[in-house]
Write a protein that binds this ligand. Sequence first.
Ligand SMILES: NC(=O)c1ccc[n+]([C@@H]2O[C@H](COP(=O)([O-])OP(=O)(O)OC[C@H]3O[C@@H](n4cnc5c(N)ncnc54)[C@H](O)[C@@H]3O)[C@@H](O)[C@H]2O)c1
Ligand SMILES: [Zn+2]
Length: 357
Amino acid sequence: MNGNDCIKIKSSLYDYEVEFVKDFTDVLQGLGEKCVYVIDKNVYGLYKDQFTVVPEDRIYLMEPVESKKNMETVMEIIGFWSSLSVQKSWKVVCFGGGITQDVTTVAANLFLRNVDWFFFPTTLLSMCDSCIGGKCGINLGEVKNQLGVFYPPKKIFIDTHFINTLTHGDYLNGWGEILKFSLTNYADFYEELKSEKSYIPCDNIEYYVKRGLEVKKEVIEADEFESDYRRVLNYGHTFGHALEAYTHNEIPHGQGVIWGIDVANYIAYKEGLIDEAYYLEIKETIKTCFLTDEIVVDDPLRLFEMIKKDKKVRNDTLYFALLDGKSHLCVHPVKIGQKLENVFMDYLRSTNEYYNN
Ligand SMILES: NC(=O)c1ccc[n+]([C@@H]2O[C@H](COP(=O)([O-])OP(=O)(O)OC[C@H]3O[C@@H](n4cnc5c(N)ncnc54)[C@H](O)[C@@H]3O)[C@@H](O)[C@H]2O)c1
Ligand SMILES: [Zn+2]
């Protein structure tokens, strides 16, 4: 080994590791000749000079849009590998964010009843979050993430230089998850994040990626197949997803999650799980660091309707990831009804005052 930082992940399929690398091109050569590549089209365009060691006729260029995250694309990739007579001993090498990761996971899992795959995440979100856990979701028609398998990469290589070319929105998508992880466990992590000098760009981003992964590692090792505890990772995602859907994805995922964390904290405060001071303290961090402008919801009832479609609703009860103490989350049942609707309306009113005073 060359002494790079590593995080080891235990899984019932096989253990695997994340290695932080200084220059991904060094690793590429070490993977050998029998490789096929799935590369995010935009990433390939931006970093073409560094992919010169990769034979062009072995690359499937992935168009990274939700409408391509489906079985048609998976079959196209599999057809491409088949045309190259790829054998089980070959390696699949993937570069991209969560979209490219999700289709590659399914294709690598199905082809020849599974071929080993290696992942180089290129977005902040895929570095700090989706690259571990083995989970993936691909879309079925219009419905997001309806199909999926558990099939982790054999190894993940993180080169944080890729972050430099992300858009502000894609940077924020990663920060949404990092903020979530910092509140999931370890008060010191949140305190450090709160006092960071600059978030976009951030000189210490590799440190936050590592800490985020360490929190996720603990959760997935305790509950790999999301039977219960892993649901804490949905913190901020219930209202976050609803906001994304309500704005037809105009508000990016990360911004939705950060807002969803604030809504969830207000609900936790009203449920008596945390006190008002803690809710307000995190709210201040959110306003100062990430959401400097208020998110205005013109038609709150329409957004509230979307909550009912959340996957975590059973018998009109939402199994909500909420804080129940400092940097501690629980899965708390909340009935979807008039009371929750009133709490949500109160949240919007009080937040409007908060931002405008
Ligand atoms: N499998 C999981 O555990 C998991 C977890 C979370 C999210 N997801 C899925 O991941 C997807 C979102 O993934 P994402 O946010 O990582 O990004 P993405 O794959 O959706 O890509 C977003 C954009 O960033 C661009 N991009 C990627 N790397 C870049 C770079 N280095 N420089 C410039 N541009 C770059 C892409 O070309 C694309 O335009 C969603 O489909 C979501 O459902 C999966
Ligand atoms: Zn998320």
